[in-house]
Design a protein around this ligand. Structure first.
Ligand code: NAP
Length: 288
């Protein structure tokens, strides 16, 4: 059973579509209507505004809240006029920061629990015992249901995992960013039972940057889309769905038609040769 796409909300606010509350309500309802009920956020999206925009659309609707799962992230201190106290961009995984960030997210979403909390980036000063104790406390209080990390290397995951169960790891994985396939990330997820989530699953820049690599990938995806009688978007996601780690793609589109096509990608199983055709188009050479 493949994991369904997670609906990424990074581009829903001022970093993209700038949806009105009505538009948030519409797209949330549309996603729920096709059983896509996991929404991915981070405190920093929209310079710390997108969580609250989304929250406005679900405020006071407890049955709607119960139908969905909310992922959010913390640990980045972004330089923005919305956080004048930040003098430089930095990371903070102290107990105080994690707890305050969770309180802010709960308030923004008008909810009393976050389904999944991720540490957004590896903090060089991360104290695994302190993070573990904080997560245990937050889980005990019912404020978060599950815990994971994002953009960690395998050593960082292993170190933290000694102190607290890591349930999810969100990393960039796509036909343009294939490191996770052979840098140990996906092997580690499979070995210790971590859900692998892929951000920018279509391939960062694939539709906007006119590079030779992107042209090769899109040309190959187009040929495969004819073969599998589907669209290019579906083929790009099926590249991830074909991998045995059961990757959950965190899709970023702001258009419901493309959210529907992302779900259709779950049904496509590429042949091994077709997976490697996309791999080769990206790498620019055949496998060793
Ligand atoms: N953990 C992390 O560090 C991290 C980092 C970045 C993102 N994320 C998460 O991952 C999610 C997805 O990231 P992403 O938005 O980069 O993912 P993506 O799904 O790879 O890319 C979405 C972008 O591609 C465009 N697009 C899709 N199909 C297209 C087509 N056929 N032609 C032209 N443009 C097309 C979309 O435009 P339309 O809106 O017009 O469809 C949108 O701008 C985010 O929302 C966020 O939740 C996490």
């Amino acid at each position: 059973m493949k994991n369904k796409p997670i609906v990424g909300c990074m581009r829903w606010g001022i970093w993209g579509a700038n949806f009105t509350t009505k538009q948030y309500e519409t797209i949330i309802d549309q996603c729920l209507s096709i059983d896509l009920n996991i929404f991915d956020h981070a405190d920093i999206y929209g310079h710390y505004t997108t969580e609250a925009d989304f929250g406005q659309a679900i405020k006071g609707k407890s049955s709607l809240r119960q139908q969905m799962k909310l992922i959010t992230k913390c640990g980045i201190n972004m330089l923005t006029p919305n956080r004048p106290a930040h003098a430089i961009k930095s990371y903070d995984t102290s107990a105080a920061h994690i707890k305050q960030s969770v309180e802010n997210s709960l308030q923004n979403f008008h909810t009393d629990y976050i389904d999944t909390l991720l540490i957004h980036r590896p903090d060089l000063l991360l104290n695994p015992e302190e993070v573990a104790a904080t997560i245990i406390e937050l889980k005990g209080a019912g404020k978060i249901k599950s815990f994971g990390v994002s953009n960690f290397n395998t050593h960082q995951v292993a170190t933290l995992q000694k102190h607290i169960k890591i349930e999810h790891h969100q990393v960039e994985i796509s036909v343009t960013h294939m490191n996770a396939f052979d840098d140990g990330t996906l092997d580690q997820c499979q070995t210790i039972g971590i859900e692998a989530q892929s951000w920018s699953p279509m391939g960062n820049g694939i539709f906007t940057e006119d590079s030779e690599k992107n042209k090769r990938i899109l040309a190959t995806a187009k040929i495969l889309s004819a073969k599998y009688e589907t669209g290019v978007n579906e083929i790009l996601l099926s590249f991830l769905y074909t991998h045995p780690a059961n990757i959950s793609p965190v899709i970023g589109t702001t258009q419901f038609e493309r959210i529907i096509s992302a779900k259709k990608a779950m049904e496509i199983q590429l042949t091994r040769e077709d997976f490697y055709k996309l791999w080769q188009a990206s790498a620019g050479h055949e496998v060793a």
